[in-house]
Design a protein around this ligand. Structure first.
Ligand code: PHE
Length: 457
């Protein structure tokens, strides 16, 4: 039944752009640069790139093929492949439920910054304590609180979700994505040529193996899942919309290149600039979720027509974030709708209310709730950790086991080879059967030893 309702993208390029629209978002622009700065620059970049072209490729092709083959979203898809893996669909579905609320909190921050730029207050954003005061609720006034912007952001996302797949997602991303790439390149070139940025470039490009640890791999792996929208059922859903006659491997290659290129350019915009502002040294950079918000306004302030650049930039990031949060919310809505037998409208309303409620702790976590910590983390960081470093690796592990050892890699490769040759078939098979599961087990085991204090890594 579900199959009949499913709309399909009008063209292959429509599919690629929409999937890229889901993949490219805050993960690339906000999350990747701060992780790169936090986990040793070049070494993180290197590990990330290797993972993206091996593991990321294999998992993305697996998920899209499962979706296209079964024509179902993740809950039904895993179960239809093997009854015993039904629970995996639920686990995967849980990930967007955790991510959507805090994603919307950050989307709200972006909206606030865009609003300040367009109202001519861009200069104030470049102040050292601006971001901290903002997320700390230090400025009074309704328009100054993250809570207000969070709620507005959720509402905008919800309205677009109500408009449906084709209209909502495809149109917006077709126009905005290429412009975002161009503007990011301009800003990156400017950042790289600032005084003191050379040290930053070295830090970003030259791997320093003394910074390598299991944590680097865990962070890079979690980031890869997050950025490419993997291990959470989303690409399965997208695959179910993909036309049967299109070239699956080539589409995956394009999404992957696009996603990685944007993250890489975002790193170039932000990392050298932070080092430059840090007096030309990569030591002691304070890299966390606030990095983009603290750094970019300072860069724009130094640029010619910086307030215009800032306005356009935050507008584009806002669209990139929206295409992602739309795809996140869309997934949750279709699950709630299907399972609770609700129509699209009531399901969207219910999910919107849920997202608002669940997002509030993350939103207040740096302000009124700053005293509350979970495993030593603020709410937002905690949800980010649970989804990226715990749940997604588990989902990815069992997906690999299901495909590699239960239903067989042929299920995926036959689907890929429907009309076209599968060039990286060997790589896919070895990754899914051996390397990816072993890597995940080692990393999770290392992580558990570390958290429980048995062995410091
Ligand atoms: N991949 C998106 C990003 O990089 C985030 C996202 C995660 C979107 C999960 C959809 C699903 O921002």
């Amino acid at each position: 039944m579900e199959k009949k309702k499913r709309s399909s993208f009008s063209s292959r390029i429509g599919f690629v752009l929409a999937a890229a629209g889901s993949a490219v978002g805050l993960g690339n622009i906000w999350r990747f640069p701060y992780l790169a700065a936090k986990y040793g620059g070049g070494i993180f970049l290197l590990v990330y790139l290797i993972l993206a072209v091996t593991f990321g490729f294999a998992l993305m092709i697996t998920e899209i093929a499962i979706g296209r083959k079964t024509g179902l979203s993740c809950i039904g898809a895993y179960k239809s492949l093997d009854k015993r893996f039904g629970a995996l669909g639920w686990l995967a579905a849980l990930v967007p439920v955790i991510i959507t609320p805090y994603y919307c909190v950050i989307g709200g921050w972006v909206m606030k910054y865009f609003f300040e730029y367009i109202s001519g207050n861009g200069l104030a954003l470049a102040g050292d304590s601006y971001f901290g005061n903002f997320i700390g609720f230090a400025d009074g006034g309704l328009l100054s609180t993250p809570l207000f912007w969070f709620l507005v952001y959720v509402l905008v996302t919800a309205v677009v979700v109500l408009l449906g797949v084709e209209k909502g997602i495809e149109k917006v991303s077709k126009v905005m994505m290429p412009v975002l790439v161009l503007l990011s390149i301009v800003v990156a070139v400017f950042s790289m040529t600032m005084p003191g940025a050379v040290e930053g470039l070295k830090f970003y490009f030259i791997p320093d193996f003394s910074h390598f640890s299991i944590k680097t791999v865990l962070a890079a792996m979690g980031q890869m899942f997050y950025s490419m929208s993997l291990a959470m059922g989303i690409m399965i859903t997208y695959g179910s919309y993909m036309p049967k006659e299109s070239n699956l491997e080539r589409s995956v290659g394009q999404i992957e290149i696009f996603d990685t290129a944007i993250a890489f350019i975002a790193g170039l915009m932000i990392v050298p600039a932070v080092v430059a502002f840090n007096g030309g040294s990569a030591e002691g950079i304070n890299a966390g979720p606030g990095l983009m918000f603290g750094t970019l306004p300072k860069v724009f302030e130094k640029m010619w027509a910086g307030h215009i650049v800032g306005t356009v930039f935050f507008l584009l990031v806002l669209f990139a974030a929206l295409t992602s949060s739309i795809s996140l919310m869309e997934t949750v809505v279709s699950i709630v709708g299907d399972k609770l037998h609700m129509g699209r409208k009531p399901a969207t309303v219910a999910v919107t209310v849920g997202v608002c409620l669940l997002g509030i702790p993350s939103c207040l976590g740096y302000g009124p709730l700053a005293g509350v910590e979970l495993l030593g983390m603020q709410f937002l960081d905690f949800f980010d950790f649970i989804s990226n470093s715990v749940l997604m690796p588990i989902v990815a592990f069992f997906t690999c086991i299901l495909i590699g050892w239960f239903v067989g890699t042929k299920t995926v490769s036959d689907e890929v080879e429907r009309n076209f040759p599968f060039h990286r078939k060997r790589l896919f098979e070895v990754m899914v059967r051996w390397i990816a599961p072993i890597l995940i087990v080692c990393i999770l085991a290392g992580q558990i030893l570390d958290v429980t204090g048995v062995m410091k890594i």
